[in-house]
Design a protein. Structure first.
Length: 201
């Protein structure tokens, strides 16, 4: 019996049985996500200004790792949307826009990563992309005393690039609490915004 003519069939069977793989996020991957997706976050600045971010819901979906693959791996993504101030309005007046606030993503090597897209009034975090959870776990926790409360689970997040550091909206550092999320974000000239109220409708 000639088995060689069956090799292509065996290869096809192997390929078909291995296709359609889906990598999902585990419960433990959400330890860096302290939001439900319905919160309202009120920040006050050291120059007496106030800004509010409205989290507007969460979503879970799977996305192909490479749409051009014949049988791409499906990766699960969890997102939280927000309604927030436009950091750079074209007409100079304050108004609100909608975007993704954060995203937690599975990856093919099973090392999930977090993306933070923080935008606010004259404030833009040019960074926070593809931060692997295993790397976040190695960051030193620091304490921070605010007018609202004292936190002991803060990590400091910095921009990936300082290419836009000359802009007025450039955020130099974010204070991220594992239990509460964004607590404070610093800008240039010693100006910073601090969380003064957090509530759900």
């Amino acid at each position: 019996m000639n088995f060689r003519k069956y090799i292509p069939i065996f290869l096809l069977i192997i390929q078909l049985t291995s296709c359609g793989k889906t990598i999902r996020l585990a419960d433990e991957d959400f330890k860096w996500i302290p939001y439900k997706g319905t919160e309202t976050l009120v920040f006050s600045s050291t120059i007496g200004d106030t800004d509010t971010i409205y989290l507007s819901g969460s979503d879970r979906q799977t996305v192909p790792s490479d749409p051009l693959d014949v049988f791409p791996t499906e990766l699960e993504h969890y997102t939280i949307a927000a309604r927030h101030s436009d950091p750079a309005p074209s007409d100079g007046s304050q108004h609100y826009i909608n975007s993704i606030f954060l995203e937690l993503s599975a990856s093919e090597d099973k090392s999930p990563y977090l993306t933070i897209n923080h935008l606010g009034k004259d404030a833009w975090f040019y960074g926070g992309d593809f931060m692997e959870l295993k790397d976040l776990d190695t960051l030193q926790l620091v304490s921070l005393v605010t007018k609202l409360k004292t936190y002991h689970d803060i990590v400091l997040l910095y921009p990936e690039s300082y290419e836009y550091s000359g802009r007025s909206d450039f955020i130099t550092r974010i204070y991220w609490s594992k239990s509460e999320g964004i607590i404070r974000y610093d800008k240039k000239d010693s100006i910073y915004w601090e969380l003064t109220r957090k509530y759900s409708p």
